[in-house]
Write a protein that binds this ligand. Structure first.
Ligand code: FAD
Length: 419
């Protein structure tokens, strides 16, 4: 990019901060404008799949992320009766060059924030700036902000503006005012974290059950939090349930009694699951919502990134991963092109189709979809022999398909990054 003016990054979440770190590495000036007056370590757990870890390793963050999170060793898929369907190694345990790391979202956000401030200084992140509108002309983009009290702040101008403002993006609404309302799948998610002793390998990601009767996803995200080996376990429940409240609010509280009855039976020799859930510090509710892929993300000097561009159902561990890959791709392109508008256009060409495929795959063929198939074929009853229900080949193909679509098959990650 020719201009020495600062790229305006709207939103200091996972995508915005990764973009800032990548631009800093690549020598492009920038500043991040975040709505909240003080960034707090909110959320529960998420997964950094190997394709996202490749990008974060390129930013020098692999050692710190390994320390703060847990390198997942394996996935195990169980029916609701606790029958094992699949045990699958993950990350470096599956031959990847990079680990798969399970981590608290707040730990990830603060790792990015601290690295950025250490490398580029504290002034590059401006908090208390909520974007309300973006305008552009031949020479630049102008971003309008309000403060936490709703008062207008002086507008900011840059060669481009990148909207990393999350699932409720105002820039997306401005760009696509007639977009259809978000699509609710009919499934509510409940999320919590519990301090608990390590189970199975101490780094096992468990899927258990099926949507119809309640599904559990569970993995440790912090190790040895008390010096006595206790871990912080992240767990997510999915149950079919109608809801009127389709607001995408990551901080909406819920009660254990809303869903625990689906799991009272789930007491296994490796974990008493209802006891673990009852010991949670707090439980949150989130509707499984996504939006149909957009026809475009870039208009001249303005583009969308991360959840603002491709809100997907939080399933398959790709929300953060795709935002991270968007960010590093865009940074590389801004360096390659003299005209930043060309960079934004090529970014859209490279990333729109790729992420649209993930949005659609998360509806039907995410990894846990395997358990839906088994549940359907057994009518939810225990099986005698797994091979009578599903063949090994079918299982292999199911798992390979999602990795391929989401861009983290072993073959894909052996190829060098080109853009
Ligand atoms: C509070 C919170 C908790 C979350 N918890 C989880 C979780 O537990 N598990 C999980 O898988 N995902 C969670 N997510 C979503 C997850 O971070 C994203 O799906 C993913 O990492 C993609 O990142 P992103 O940067 O696109 O969006 P986000 O990480 O959501 O970041 C968006 C950022 O933009 C800021 N912002 C919003 N509107 C404006 C505006 N108008 N002007 C300026 N800034 C704005 C937000 O405050 C936020 O910092 C959470 C998101 C948030 C905001």
């Amino acid at each position: 990019m020719k201009s020495q003016d600062e790229v305006v990054i709207i939103g200091g979440g996972i995508g915005g901060l990764t973009l800032a770190l990548a631009l800093h590495r690549d020598g492009v000036p920038f500043r991040v404008y975040e709505a909240v007056p003080e960034i707090k370590p909110l959320g529960v757990g998420l997964n950094l799949l190997p394709h996202a870890m490749r990008e974060l390793a390129g930013l020098g963050l692999e050692p710190v992320l390994r320390r703060k999170g847990i390198a997942t060793q394996e996935y195990r898929f169980y029916t609701r009766h606790g029958q094992l369907v699949l045990r699958e190694p993950r990350g470096q345990y599956a031959g990847y060059e990079w680990p798969q790391i399970a981590i608290h979202r707040g730990d990830l956000q603060f790792t990015l924030l601290e690295a950025l401030i250490e490398r580029a200084g504290p002034d590059v992140v401006v908090q208390g700036h909520r974007c309300v509108k973006v305008e552009q002309d031949e020479d630049g983009a102008t971003v309008h902000f309000i403060d936490p009290k709703g008062q207008p702040l002086p507008p900011v101008r840059g060669p481009v503006a990148v909207a990393c403002d999350g699932v409720n993006s105002v820039v997306r609404v401005q760009m696509h005012p007639k977009e259809a309302v978000p699509r609710y799948e009919g499934t509510l998610q409940y999320r919590g974290t519990t301090r608990w002793k390590p189970y199975l390998t101490g780094a096992t990601h468990v899927y258990l059950g099926a949507n119809e009767t309640g599904k559990l996803v569970m993995y440790p995200i912090r190790d040895n939090i008390d010096g006595e080996g206790t871990q912080l376990i992240n767990w997510v429940i999915e149950v079919k349930r109608p809801t009127e409240d389709l607001k995408r609010d990551w901080n909406r509280r819920a009660e254990i009694s809303d869903f625990i009855h689906h799991f009272e039976h789930a007491k296994f020799d490796w974990m008493d699951i209802p006891a673990m859930m009852r010991a949670a510090e707090a439980v949150y509710e989130y509707p499984m919502i996504d939006q149909d892929p957009l026809p475009f993300w870039t208009e001249g000097r303005v583009t969308l990134l991360g959840d603002a561009a491709h809100p997907m159902m939080p399933r398959g561990s790709n929300g953060a991963a795709q935002a991270i890959i968007d960010a590093t791709t865009l940074s590389r392109l801004l360096v390659q092109h003299e005209d930043p508008r060309a960079a934004l256009k090529e970014y859209e060409q490279l990333r729109l189709k790729a992420t649209s495929d993930v949005v659609l795959a998360n509806r039907k063929i995410s990894p846990d979809g395997l358990l839906e198939v088994v549940n359907e074929r057994t009518g939810g009853k225990p099986f005698e022999r797994l091979e009578d229900v599903i063949t090994e080949q079918e299982i292999i193909e199911w798992q390979a398909r999602y990795k391929k679509i989401a861009g983290f098959s072993l073959d894909d990650l052996r190829r060098p990054v080109t853009a």
